[in-house]
Design a protein around this ligand. Structure first.
Ligand SMILES: [Fe+2]
Length: 153
């Protein structure tokens, strides 16, 4: 009979960073853009959704992004398939900046808070694997950035 600790860990199962990375790499090696609908806004599609994780592909046209947000306590692997994104994130009590280039992968901790935006002409394609699953609420409630229709902040 499982102890209460085992039951807790089963209910909150989180894939390891290595597992998330392997899933993201596998999806990126296929044709990830095929999961994203055609369009000119920021778009996304779910590749796979299980009780333990979800994998998404997101297309980021020039000037689109997401304002500061967390991931509801999920850990995530983010892999850039093509294009380049600017990420600003909270770390060590300040907001830091880094560029995510094609081929890069970042492992986001469960408490990671960031803003992601495409400032380049080429549409960026990214693969995101979250564990536990985040559902689609995060992407619906997070403020969209669209520099094509709003002034730069
Ligand atoms: Fe995010």
């Amino acid at each position: 009979m499982p102890t209460s600790n085992q039951q807790l860990s089963s209910a909150t199962h989180m894939l390891t960073a290595q597992e998330l990375s392997a899933i993201a790499e596998g999806i990126a090696a296929g044709d990830p853009a095929a999961f994203v609908p055609v369009g000119t806004d920021r778009r996304w599609g779910i590749v796979v959704a299980t009780e333990a994780y979800e994998a998404w592909v997101i297309a980021w046209p020039n000037g689109t992004g997401l304002a500061m947000h967390d991931h509801g306590g999920a850990r995530a692997a983010v892999r850039v398939v093509s294009g380049r994104l600017r990420e600003r994130f909270h770390a060590d009590g300040s907001v830091q900046l880094r560029w995510l280039d094609a081929g890069d992968e970042q492992m986001l901790s469960a408490d990671h808070v960031h803003e992601v935006i495409n400032l380049h002409d080429i549409e960026a394609i990214t693969v995101h694997v979250y564990s536990p699953p985040v559902g689609d609420m995060g992407f619906r409630v997070d403020p969209e950035i669209d520099l094509r229709t709003s002034p730069a902040r």
